[in-house]
Design a protein around this ligand. Structure first.
Ligand code: HEC
Length: 237
């Protein structure tokens, strides 16, 4: 115990140092912040949504789930660095593509098989050590704006209506990572700034929820949403 007390101040100093390093001005590296667990949860929720389209035989909606499953696979990949992790998450990308292609060809069994592969790959990744996430210099985010927006909208709404602090924390973390990665879709300074504001309010929601403060977390989510609206309308509410 005494030993722990002695290293605590040193740890606090180290964290202070690390967080200063993180916000260095002019530093545009992409730094993943979601973590493997939260981003896997997001991919699992999205796969569950795709399952529902399969149950309803709604192939058009299923085809649209493809890009979102790809996006979440990409974000999950960024949360780790070892070769097995990268290989497994690249496979998610592949399977999401296959699912969408099969859905567009109105091939329900083919799409179902690809989705099953995606789910199995996610389950396998749950057992894998991701190793530390690495920041990426000159990072370019891929995917259409619409796909990103649907992902943000889903995470925001799930977080907003979640009842337990644990769920709010995980979903706010997903929202924060999505806003974080979305910065690099464009080089436009305003786009990047507003994306970061959404990210920072979402991170405040994570901290509040992890401290069991549900009302404070929902307040931060509300602030994040005001930044979404600002980007959409150019107006502050
Ligand atoms: C940096 C700017 C920016 C931010 C921040 C932003 N959006 Fe958007 N959003 C856009 C743009 C641009 C479009 C139009 C995209 C299109 O339709 O191609 C859009 C469209 C949308 C749509 C409509 C998608 C559709 O069906 O076509 C939704 C829903 C949405 N955003 C939700 C959100 C939510 C929720 C947040 C915050 C958590 C958010 N957005 C943050 C720029 C932004």
């Amino acid at each position: 115990m005494r030993h722990i007390l002695r290293v605590l101040p040193a740890l606090a100093l180290l964290f202070a140092f690390l967080s200063v390093g993180r916000s260095a001005p002019g530093d545009d590296d992409y730094r993943p912040i979601g973590g493997p667990q939260a981003m896997r949860t997001a991919a699992e929720l999205s796969a569950k949504g795709a399952r529902d389209w399969i149950a309803q035989k709604d192939l058009a909606s299923l085809a649209q789930s493809g890009p979102e499953l790809q996006l979440l696979g990409q974000l999950l990949g960024a949360q780790g660095s070892n070769a097995d992790w990268k290989k497994g998450t690249a496979n998610l990308d592949d399977l999401a593509r296959k699912m969408a292609t099969a859905a567009r060809a109105r091939n329900l069994p083919g799409a179902t098989e690809a989705l099953k592969g995606y789910e199995d790959q996610l389950a396998a990744l749950a057992k894998l050590d991701a190793s530390e996430a690495k920041s990426v210099p000159n990072h370019k985010t891929t995917g259409g704006v619409k796909t990103w927006m649907l992902a943000l909208d889903f995470a925001y709404n799930e977080a907003k209506f979640a009842k337990t602090p644990e769920k709010i924390a995980v979903l706010s973390r997903v929202l924060a990572e999505e806003a974080n990665a979305m910065q690099d879709l464009k080089t436009d300074g305003k786009w990047r700034t507003i994306s970061r504001e959404v990210r920072d309010h979402a991170l405040a929601a994570v901290t509040a929820a992890e401290g069991g403060k549900i009302d404070e977390a929902k307040g931060s989510l509300q602030k994040a949403y005001q930044r979404c609206e600002f980007c959409h309308t150019g107006k502050n509410k």
